[in-house]
Design a protein around this ligand. Structure first.
Ligand SMILES: *[C@@H]1O[C@H](CO)[C@@H](O)[C@H](O)[C@H]1NC(C)=O
Ligand SMILES: *[C@@H]1O[C@H](CO)[C@@H](O)[C@H](O)[C@H]1NC(C)=O
Ligand SMILES: *[C@@H]1O[C@H](CO)[C@@H](O)[C@H](O)[C@H]1NC(C)=O
Ligand SMILES: *[C@@H]1O[C@H](CO)[C@@H](O)[C@H](O)[C@H]1NC(C)=O
Ligand SMILES: *[C@@H]1O[C@H](CO)[C@@H](O)[C@H](O)[C@H]1NC(C)=O
Ligand SMILES: *[C@@H]1O[C@H](CO)[C@@H](O)[C@H](O)[C@H]1NC(C)=O
Ligand SMILES: *[C@@H]1O[C@H](CO)[C@@H](O)[C@H](O)[C@H]1NC(C)=O
Ligand SMILES: *[C@@H]1O[C@H](CO)[C@@H](O)[C@H](O)[C@H]1NC(C)=O
Ligand SMILES: *[C@@H]1O[C@H](CO)[C@@H](O)[C@H](O)[C@H]1NC(C)=O
Ligand SMILES: *[C@@H]1O[C@H](CO)[C@@H](O)[C@H](O)[C@H]1NC(C)=O
Ligand SMILES: *[C@@H]1O[C@H](CO)[C@@H](O)[C@H](O)[C@H]1NC(C)=O
Ligand SMILES: *[C@@H]1O[C@H](CO)[C@@H](O)[C@H](O)[C@H]1NC(C)=O
Ligand SMILES: [Cu+2]
Length: 578
């Protein structure tokens, strides 16, 4: 509701109105209590004890308005260490609240409480939160809905209604901590998941699962806003609703130029808001929504199953009006083939910023520093006392510029802030590969990566261009890279090896999409630009959890600026200790 103040307003009303305006300008503080606790959850006919927030799976939805402060009091009641990441929240100067364990904080141990405090600055749309330690995010996740400031409309026709966010997840029958620890012990690939889920529900295409089906209830002739979140651990997903189109209006809490598709692609870490226009009249039918993986790796080495939900129309003629009529025909969507990279490219190249006066695309037009990172898998030699199940008896590993990041036993941010970095990290992360090779050609003989804890230092307000190049060392693969603390602009992408001479001419510096997670194309490269205007230590990693675990992760160390408002704030007093 927009407020206008007329000259005839009574004094106290004027005070009230001014107070409201102040609230509108500065936001309010939203308090949430997150209790980390175990819960028994039954899926696919098997009961499993899982880590949850407040016993809920998926976890509670966090709702705030642009400009609000958010305080989340996290108390850990379980025997596992925990930390929570507010995925996509810029965390301007509040890196202490970002969440990745051993990067910005020590974990919250059993019996401890830590209050995450941050302000939502210049962002609106859908983001999400998830555990950022080991593989606990398989069950510890939830939506973050950021409404625009009061009185500010969406830049698209107001939807009739906003539907419950749709969160894609991945379900394992056995304990994910056992899976990841076994995999690390033997150097092999961790077991793949047993199902995908929508809001925790696998749906009717799995055994013993029909009763656990997500249903979206709609009315004819309306437009709905649907918030999609990919919280799966290891799989990029295609998503489609039978007989309906989806108009993409926002990704990663940034509005985009609307475009309409039958099927969209969403990578782990990404969020996508779409408008769903329902049939003009009651269709006397039900419609499946399907999600299943996009992958270029060998069939059999990823979970190729399909999660289904149902789009259900209210029957205007039925007194109960909402019950699912089993007698109705049900339609299925057609999804692309699992390895249809052309389809994915077609989709991602449609994404554009609005680039309007109100929602400008602040793409850095000039670049202070250029970086080139190789992104991909490799191996580590098998220790003498082990038998390894990785390629040719090695251990699987993954690296950025051949550095497979080893997390320290204390938080990198703490080390950076105190200046006590010796023995924790070195700020010598390579700006480019030390030994260039044909990244998408025949792999080099030696596939071993180096291990280390290296950061890349940037002075405040550096304008960065980063090209990320997939490698074919253990097969080409799309890697969804996520940067903490910033949004970036995706200025270019292509296949084969990046050509530093000719490719920059094709960069889009006018209206590229702005986001926090981007797929490095399988056998290709992506170029991003961002302004390093947020001091702190910021994690960047593949959002396929299996690759992060193997070391496909690095961190930027952004120095303070000279002004007080350009400095990292001091750590809160309740910061967990290692
Ligand atoms: C889960 O189930 C087990 C076995 O029935 C029980 O001992 C335990 O208390 C349950 N946990 C919770 C959190 O309900
Ligand atoms: C992984 O899968 C294999 C084969 O299905 C099974 O034998 C093993 O127990 C699983 N590992 C874990 C840790 O669940
Ligand atoms: C369902 O169970 C049957 C029998 O146990 C099995 O043959 C089939 O592969 C299972 N289907 C799925 C989708 O898991
Ligand atoms: C749904 O789409 C299918 C395939 O295009 C078509 O045959 C069917 O008539 C459609 N049904 C409805 C209710 O729109
Ligand atoms: C998944 O992959 C396996 C192995 O390649 C194959 O047998 C199975 O049919 C596939 N399932 C689906 C649903 O595509
Ligand atoms: C996709 O997978 C199929 C079956 O494994 C294979 O025949 C085809 O060549 C693959 N397509 C691409 C583009 O890799
Ligand atoms: C790309 O998408 C457009 C519109 O959605 C479609 O017409 C075209 O055939 C697609 N191209 C490929 C290569 O999939
Ligand atoms: C192998 O030896 C190292 C020390 O050299 C030790 O840390 C590790 O636990 C051993 N692994 C196994 C499987 O015994
Ligand atoms: C494994 O060994 C085979 C045969 O020596 C070789 O062709 C292949 O490239 C090796 N793979 C890796 C990942 O080293
Ligand atoms: C890299 O390898 C690819 C695939 O073998 C080949 O087509 C390309 O010409 C090679 N590039 C260079 C620069 O050697
Ligand atoms: C790498 O392997 C190729 C062919 O397998 C061989 O010709 C070449 O000498 C090897 N290079 C090195 C440095 O070992
Ligand atoms: C929890 O984290 C602390 C600090 O890093 C560590 O010392 C401890 O071993 C961890 N505990 C568990 C159960 O992983
Ligand atoms: Cu990856």
């Amino acid at each position: 509701m927009a407020m206008t103040i007329s000259s005839g307003l009574h004094c106290s009303l004027l005070v009230a109105a001014l107070t409201l305006l102040v609230v509108q300008a500065h936001g309010i503080t939203r308090h949430y209590d997150f209790n980390i606790q175990m819960a028994n959850v039954t899926r696919l006919c098997a009961t499993k004890s899982i880590v949850t927030v407040n016993g809920q799976f998926p976890g509670p939805e966090l709702i705030a308005r642009e400009g609000d402060r958010v305080h989340v009091r996290v108390t850990n009641h379980v025997a596992h260490n925990m930390s929570i990441h507010w995925h996509g929240i810029r965390q301007m100067r509040t890196g202490w609240a970002d969440g990745p364990a051993y990067v910005t904080q020590c974990p919250i141990q059993k019996g401890q409480t830590y209050v995450y405090k941050f302000t939502i600055t210049a962002q609106r749309g859908t983001l999400w939160w998830h555990a950022h330690i080991s593989w606990f995010r398989s069950t510890v996740y939830g939506a973050i809905v950021i409404l625009p400031k009061l009185g500010v409309p969406y830049p698209f026709p107001a939807p009739h209604k906003e539907l419950t966010p749709v969160i894609f997840g991945e379900w394992w029958l056995s304990d994910t901590e056992a899976i990841v620890s076994t995999a690390l012990k033997v150097g092999g690939a961790p077991n793949i998941s047993d199902a995908f889920t929508i809001n925790g529900l696998p749906g009717p295409l799995y055994n013993c699962s029909a009763k656990d089906t997500f249903k979206l209830k709609v009315e004819p002739g309306k437009t709905y806003l649907l918030r999609l979140i990919n919280a799966a651990l290891n799989d990029e997903l295609f998503f489609s609703v039978a007989n309906h189109t989806l108009t993409v209006v926002e990704v990663d809490a940034v509005y985009v130029m609307p475009f309409t598709v039958r099927t969209l692609v969403i990578s782990p870490g990404q969020t996508t808001n779409v408008l769903l226009a329902t049939k003009p009249a009651y269709p006397r039918a039900n419609f499946y929504m399907f999600a299943r993986p996009y992958s270029t790796i060998r069939p059999g080495t990823f979970d190729n199953s399909t999660v289904a939900g149902i789009l259900e129309y209210h029957n205007p003629g039925s007194p109960s009006a909402s019950s699912f009529d089993k007698a109705l025909p049900i339609f299925k969507p057609m999804l692309p083939y699992f390895n249809d990279t052309n389809f994915v490219t077609n989709f991602t190249t449609k994404l554009r910023s609005l680039a309007t006066k109100q929602y400008p695309a602040a793409v850095p037009q000039s670049v202070d520093r250029r970086f080139f990172f190789t992104i991909g898998l490799g191996t580590l030699p098998c220790p003498k006392n082990m038998t390894c199940q990785g390629p040719n008896g090695t251990q699987f590993a993954a690296a950025v510029n051949n550095v497979s990041l080893v997390l320290p036993s204390m938080a990198l941010l703490q080390s950076h802030f105190t200046g006590l970095t010796s023995g924790v990290y070195a700020a010598n992360f390579p700006a480019m590969p030390l030994s260039p090779f044909n990244y998408t050609g025949t792999p080099p003989n030696n596939t071993h990566v180096a291990t280390g804890t290296k950061l890349l230092a940037l002075s405040f307000n550096t304008s960065v261009e980063l090209v990320m190049q997939d490698t074919s060392i253990l097969g080409i693969e799309s890697h969804p890279l996520h940067l903490h603390g910033f949004n970036f602009f995706v200025v270019g992408q292509g296949f084969g090896n990046y050509d530093a001479v000719n490719d920059p001419d094709k960069f889009n510096l006018v209206d590229p999409v702005e986001r926090n997670t981007v797929g490095v194309p399988a056998g290709g490269w992506v170029a991003i630009r961002f302004l390093a205007d947020n001091p702190g230590v910021w994690f960047m990693h593949c959002h396929l959890e299996v690759h992060t675990t193997w070391g496909l992760r690095m961190a930027w160390q952004v120095q303070d600026g000279s002004k007080p408002s350009q400095k990292l704030l001091p750590p809160p007093s309740d910061m967990p200790k290692c």
